[in-house]
Write a protein that binds this ligand. Structure first.
Ligand code: BTN
Length: 265
């Protein structure tokens, strides 16, 4: 079982994870935290679960969340930004988790735009951001992070595209150490985001970790697809794609999927 005091010992934050709840089991840490947010939980509240029986992925998919082997956690933010800026927070989180995994494991996880983390071409982390807002004002943002940590095997249908830190390093990783490191980096990265309300201070590091950079990608839209070369993100988190006619398109998350020409990356 993940021990809250082991996380707390390693935290160097002012607000991230200061209020911390470790659950044995829940449906989804995002849903649990959304309820807490509705009841007034503070900016920086973290919920971690040992197991989720209804873990949610992006685009309505399920996030397989078996006991003991993963990190399933959600962080509550109450940012003072316009609702349309909130999607950038997902990219901030992807960068912070990538830095934390590197610190703890010495692996160098790459970011598949906008927010999957990939090691050796396979996904090791997914992030699901949910928001409650009015037209002009955010009530809260929940950043849900799932990391495959000590998992030894995956079901057949995802074994070609998913991996874990254990499979990549052969070592058991302390989930508490990794959670604390994620929060430490996130607070630092969030501060840079909040200074400008965009990604200009984080863009360079994000782009250095971007697996799609200078690679051919397929852009899948609802009404078709086209190929191009991904150049990197701009300061609002859009992906710049150079099309075959050399014109550059800015792709914003949510509207399309980006795939490598030969598969997932
Ligand atoms: C994805 O599809 O890549 C996003 C996966 C996000 C999974 C995490 S696990 C903790 C949090 N609670 C959930 O139900 N989902 C997120």
């Amino acid at each position: 079982m993940i021990a809250a005091e082991e996380i707390t010992k390693k935290l160097s934050t002012d607000w991230a994870g200061k209020m911390l709840l470790c659950l044995k089991e829940t449906d989804s840490t995002n849903d649990y935290l959304k309820k807490m947010a509705g009841e007034g939980a503070a900016h920086g509240t973290l919920v971690v679960a040992e197991k989720q029986h209804a873990g949610k992925g992006r685009r309505g998919r399920v996030w397989d969340s078996p006991e003991q082997s993963g990190i399933f956690m959600s962080l509550l933010l109450r940012p003072e930004i316009r609702p349309e800026y909130a999607s950038m927070l997902t990219l901030v989180a992807a960068l912070s988790v990538s830095r934390a995994i590197e610190e703890v494991t010495h692996l160098e996880p790459k970011i598949k735009w906008p927010n999957d983390l990939v090691v050796n071409g396979k996904k090791v982390t997914g992030i699901l951001t949910e928001m409650s807002a009015e037209a002009e004002q955010i009530h809260y943002v929940v950043i849900g992070i799932g990391v495959n940590v000590n998992r030894k095997e995956f079901p057949k249908d995802i074994s070609q595209t998913a991996t874990s830190l254990w499979l990549e390093t052969g070592c058991e990783i302390s989930r508490e150490t990794l959670i604390a490191s994620i929060l430490n980096y996130f607070e630092e990265d969030f501060k840079k985001f909040a200074e400008t309300d965009n990604l200009s201070l984080l863009m360079e590091e994000y782009n250095d970790r971007l697996i799609n950079r200078n690679r051919e990608v397929r852009i899948l839209e609802s009404d078709g697809e086209y190929k191009g070369k991904a150049l990197g993100i701009n300061e609002t988190g859009g992906l710049l794609v150079e099309k075959e006619d050399l014109s550059v398109e800015v792709i914003t998350s949510g509207e399309v999927s980006v795939r490598g020409v030969y598969g997932y990356v």
